[in-house]
Design a protein around this ligand. Structure first.
Ligand SMILES: [Zn+2]
Ligand SMILES: [Zn+2]
Length: 454
């Protein structure tokens, strides 16, 4: 009897070790000997075989276990963690996918901090897992019963949302994905970190410039105070994050904010969106460079791309491709249907608000500055440039250096690509399009005024 028991313990040890290492042969042998071994858990942590396989990224074993009808995809260990949480924690994307496919519940809370799998993915910075869980939330019962945006902003036991955790742990990619999916940029925590901290406070503490950049671009308020009255700037100073503090200093230039109206454009073309994001980040980095230079902080190497290696072939692009609003950048964005074109920066500026309005949830759709039609879709301009006898498609924006070769056409000097907007440009070049007359407020943050129609 005693011998039998020790044999079982040895089997169990072999079982979990085989699961961990993906040793299918041993697993099958042990299962044949004792089908019940599949329900065993480890002695202390009470991990099931599925927990161990998921945490170790043993996708085939996860499949094998899930195919066995007696395995619960949502089994709990000692800390009420599910296999999905462990897969998200360790960034095992194929296991995350497999578990969700098998019906694992994304809305489970552990007993350690009251966190979900979304918190785990955000905290450990596994952006792919985060994206997969969010996609699942859109289609699963969670969005029906809980609401998608509520899930994105789900709080742990101390009131931290996934965005708080990603900002604190220096996970800019996760910060970006969460914001794009409706995470509230100014939400304050209950007890996590310092009470009343916003994601910006936590990013200031973590010291990630990329996180701060993302949060500011999404409208995070530099003047929000935590429960002890500190603004993010104070937090950055306290933690000796000098460059972060320079950006967070309320007296330094306001960053450009990703315009809310663009979020309302139905199914914004992914390429167009990427271009607009690049444009926004580029403008902000230019500002950042000035702020950092002024404050004596070292400038990060990627803050500025060098202007020296201008592609000679690109200068053959014809004049008609120059943006008719700023006469500085090349047209990179086309409004679908009417076909009017402008550069990404101007597209942004037309829709740009300094701060998203917290009161009016519904914003008017952005309209084309040339013909006043509602912008339903933006696409990326692809221009054919003769590089060699064979024509080659060139994505204009990706070589933004091109603008350097056109400095002579600039209307005015200055560093911001938005300067052209304060002048009333000539629209002679647009006559071929039969557009109406367009004029701009001197404050380019305001909506564009349009007179007459084409
Ligand atoms: Zn422009
Ligand atoms: Zn138009």
């Amino acid at each position: 009897m005693g011998q039998n028991l020790s044999c079982n313990i040895q089997d169990e040890h072999g079982w979990f070790s085989a699961i961990q290492h993906g040793d299918k042969e041993t697993i099958n042998t042990l299962l044949e000997n004792d089908p019940n071994i599949i329900r065993k858990t480890t002695v202390y942590d009470r991990h099931s075989a599925l927990h161990i396989a998921a945490a170790n990224g043993q996708n085939q074993i996860v499949c094998l276990l899930l195919e066995n009808g007696s395995v619960n995809p949502d089994s709990l260990n000692r800390y009420k963690q599910t296999p999905l949480m462990l897969a998200a924690m360790h960034g095992k994307i194929s296991c995350v996918e497999k578990l969700i496919e098998a019906g694992a519940n994304i809305l489970m809370f552990d007993s350690l901090n009251g966190r979900t799998c979304l918190h785990y993915a955000a905290y450990y910075g596994h952006s792919e897992c985060l994206q997969t869980i969010l996609s699942a939330a859109r289609t699963s019962h969670v969005s029906a019963s809980w609401g998608y945006s509520r899930f994105v902003n789900i709080r742990d036991g101390k009131g931290a949302t996934p965005l708080h955790l990603a900002a604190r742990q220096r996970r800019p990619e996760c910060v970006h994905i969460l914001l794009e999916n409706g995470a509230l940029v100014c939400a304050s925590t209950g007890g996590y970190g310092f009470p009343g901290s916003t994601p910006l406070h936590l990013a200031a503490r973590g010291g990630s410039m990329d996180c701060i950049r993302e949060l500011l671009a999404w409208g995070a308020d530099r003047l929000n105070r935590d429960a002890s009255g500190r603004i993010p700037y104070t937090v950055a100073l306290k933690h000796k994050n000098g460059a972060c503090a320079a950006l967070l200093n309320p007296s330094s230039a306001e960053p450009l904010v990703w315009p809310s109206p663009l979020k309302f454009i139905s199914e914004l073309n992914q390429d167009a969106k990427t271009l607009l994001e690049q444009a926004l980040m580029e403008v902000n980095k230019e500002r950042e460079r000035h702020i950092l230079e002024a404050s004596g902080c070292s400038v990060s190497s990627h803050a500025r791309c060098d202007a020296t290696d201008i592609d000679d072939n690109m200068s053959e692009a014809s004049d008609s491709q120059l943006c008719c609003i700023c006469f500085d950048q090349l047209c990179a964005i086309e409004v679908q249907d009417c076909g009017h074109q402008m550069c990404a920066q101007c597209t942004l500026a037309l829709c740009c608000h300094n701060k998203p309005d917290p009161i009016t949830a519904a914003l008017p759709e952005p309209i084309c500055p040339f013909c006043r039609s509602n912008i339903a879709q933006l696409t990326v301009v692809k221009v054919k440039v003769k590089v060699n006898p064979a024509e080659q498609e060139v994505n204009l924006y990706s070589s933004s250096r091109l603008q350097k070769s056109r400095k002579s056409r600039n209307l005015s000097e200055g560093s911001s690509s938005f300067r052209g907007l304060s002048a009333v440009p000539s629209f002679g070049r647009m006559l071929g399009r039969g557009s109406g007359r367009v004029s701009f407020d001197h404050d380019y943050d305001k909506t564009v005024k349009i007179e007459g129609s084409g």
